[in-house]
Write a protein that binds this ligand. Structure first.
Ligand code: PEP
Length: 252
């Protein structure tokens, strides 16, 4: 049985004051009672990891885990501006997003980079959240499955059965931050396709990997999405900035 996992991605948002109020609200809300057997995390900008880690520790370590939004593909050394996986681990991270479409688009990350980053995360005892997804043009030209299969096959080639310790986030680019959520059926079809592709490699890996959906998830569409058999939770961008909306999605 795969646990439902809901992960907030703040992207490049936050401040010392707003972070403190968000963590307090979410942890207090979670203490009122959450559905059993689920996992929750918040991926914050790197400069706020220490602050948010401490806040989570103070309020509610049992419910909420800390995560990062990116990591270096290198372990250490002369890589100015980069953050190593060991540093994220030291700051208390449990999850690290790798290959978000915004990093692929604005920082030219390739599937090979993403796989190397995932390896660093695994080697340091954390869970990579590997993002894949097609653009609007790719879907409109009927190539969405081919595109996502290509992204997944690079991860399979490098990570092999260590994929069982990863999460995959299917995030159609046309749905990210646009308000155009994928219908539950459309998302389920792609999640199923990903799971079947993983099963071609190893059935055990396929049955263990959590596949999250990301792209304009809101409190009012989360219930239907999370009810799908191959949707194992969500990666939540914009809606996660509001603690009450994030809590509502966590309870969906
Ligand atoms: C994301 O950035 O991972 C995301 C899913 O964003 P949004 O929820 O705003 O579409």
């Amino acid at each position: 049985m795969r646990p439902l996992t809901v992960i907030a991605n703040w992207k490049m948002n936050g401040s010392l004051a707003s972070n403190a109020s968000w963590v307090k609200s979410v942890c207090r809300g979670m203490e009122q009672g959450m559905p059993a057997g689920r996992k929750y995390a918040v991926c914050v900008p790197s400069p706020y990891l220490a602050q948010c880690g401490q806040l989570i520790e103070d309020y509610s370590p049992a419910f909420l885990s800390l995560g990062a939004q990116d990591v270096s593909m290198y372990a250490a050394g002369a890589y100015t501006g980069e953050v190593a996986a060991a540093m994220l681990k030291e700051l208390g991270c449990s999850f690290v997003i790798v290959g978000h479409s915004e990093r692929r688009q604005y920082h030219r990350e390739t599937d090979e980079h993403v796989a190397e980053k995932a390896l660093q995360v695994l080697d340091n005892g954390m869970t990579p959240v590997i993002c894949v997804g097609e653009s609007a043009d790719e879907r409109n030209s009927g190539r969405e499955v081919e595109v996502v299969r290509g992204q997944i096959s690079k991860q399979v080639a490098v990570l092999q059965d260590r994929l069982a310790d990863c999460l995959i986030a299917y995030e159609p680019i046309w749905a990210i931050g646009t308000g155009k959520v994928a219908s539950a059926d459309l998302a389920q079809d792609m999640h199923r396709a990903i799971r079947l592709q993983l099963a071609e490699f190893d059935e055990d890996v396929a049955s263990h990997v959590g596949i999250l959906y990301g792209g304009s998830v809101k409190p009012d569409n989360a219930v239907e999405l999370f009810a799908m058999p191959d949707i194992d939770g969500g990666l939540i961008g914009g809606a996660s900035l509001n603690p009450q909306d994030f809590l509502a999605i966590c309870q969906a």
